[in-house]
Write a protein that binds this ligand. Structure first.
Ligand code: AMP
Length: 279
């Protein structure tokens, strides 16, 4: 496994790499969710590549950039075991040299949900992902359904800018009690960790109401909100959304595939989750 921290050495390694190449962009502190993407990339590519970069431009000023968990040596040991060929773990200066002044802006799709709750978030995501696509020229790049809007926005960017990379979206991996795996779960103490199952429970409630024939999106949102607010350790529900799966426009009536998603704070920790439901 080659571990590279400069664009120069990455270019040299890529010159020798067999194709097709599958890229998994991450912010590190890897868990089984990340590794499921890595395994898929490994299975479908001659060269499996992973990037590890905590991208500061996708964090807001009040967010957790400085406390975001990091453990590069543990990540590298995990990736070595998965048979990854190339790991790119650049410094901040390598990605954003002095005077950096170019940004990628996806418009409507990036304004909703996370875009509204985290202004500038997708500008940071798209800029770094486009740079990675431009450097690696991967035939495929792997993203998790856990960050459903991110996957959609990156897919749209890749299509609109003709990057030539197929964006593959992989299912969300969960803990046995349903909590979606996330690097941020380490922020939760024992009580908060138990309370955090309320996210998945509220998504299951939506699924169950739909299965029983409910098609009024507002009734489902209201029931989800009530369940979330019944958990005393939930400090804030940022949004509960039932939206068209492609456009992310909020639905009144659920007539086709819908993305049910939510952002909730447990103490100071912000968690997101989603499921796709089809009536
Ligand atoms: P992150 O390191 O949080 O930026 O995540 C890197 C990639 O892993 C993103 O495409 C995420 O959507 C994906 N990912 C994160 N958590 C999970 C999970 N529980 N299941 C599947 N993919 C995930």
């Amino acid at each position: 496994m080659q571990v590279l921290d400069s664009i120069q050495t990455l270019r040299e390694a890529l010159g020798r790499a067999r194709r097709p190449l599958g890229l998994v962009p991450t912010m590190g502190y890897l868990h089984e969710g990340h590794l499921s993407l890595v395994r898929r990339a490994r299975a479908e590519s001659a060269t499996a590549a992973v990037s590890i970069f905590v991208n500061p431009t996708q964090f807001g000023p009040q967010e957790d950039l400085t406390t975001y968990p990091r453990d590069l040596s543990r990540d590298l040991a995990l990736l070595e075991k998965e048979g990854v060929d190339i790991v790119f773990a650049p410094s901040l200066e390598e990605i954003y040299p002095r005077g950096f002044d170019t940004w990628v802006h996806v418009d409507l799709l990036a304004r909703r949900l996370e875009g509204e709750a985290r202004p500038g978030h997708f500008r940071g995501v798209c800029t770094v992902v486009l740079k990675l696509f431009y450097l690696f020229r991967p035939e495929r790049a792997y993203f998790g359904q856990k960050d459903a809007q991110q996957a959609l926005v990156v897919q749209r960017m890749a299509r609109d800018l003709n990057t030539g990379t197929e964006v593959v979206v992989c299912p969300t991996l969960r803990e046995p009690d349903g909590l979606a795996m996330s690097s941020r779960n380490v922020y939760l103490d024992h009580h908060q960790r138990r309370a955090a199952t309320v996210l998945y429970r509220s998504l299951c409630l939506a699924q169950e109401m739909l299965r029983r024939g409910e098609r009024d999106a507002d009734k489902i949102r209201t029931a989800m909100m009530a369940l979330l607010q019944s958990e005393p350790l939930v400090s804030k529900v940022e949004y509960v959304s039932i939206a068209d799966k492609e456009t992310l426009k909020e639905l009144e009536h659920i007539g086709g595939p819908a993305l049910v998603s939510l952002a909730v704070r447990i103490g100071r920790t912000r968690l997101i989750d989603n499921v796709t439901l089809t009536p």
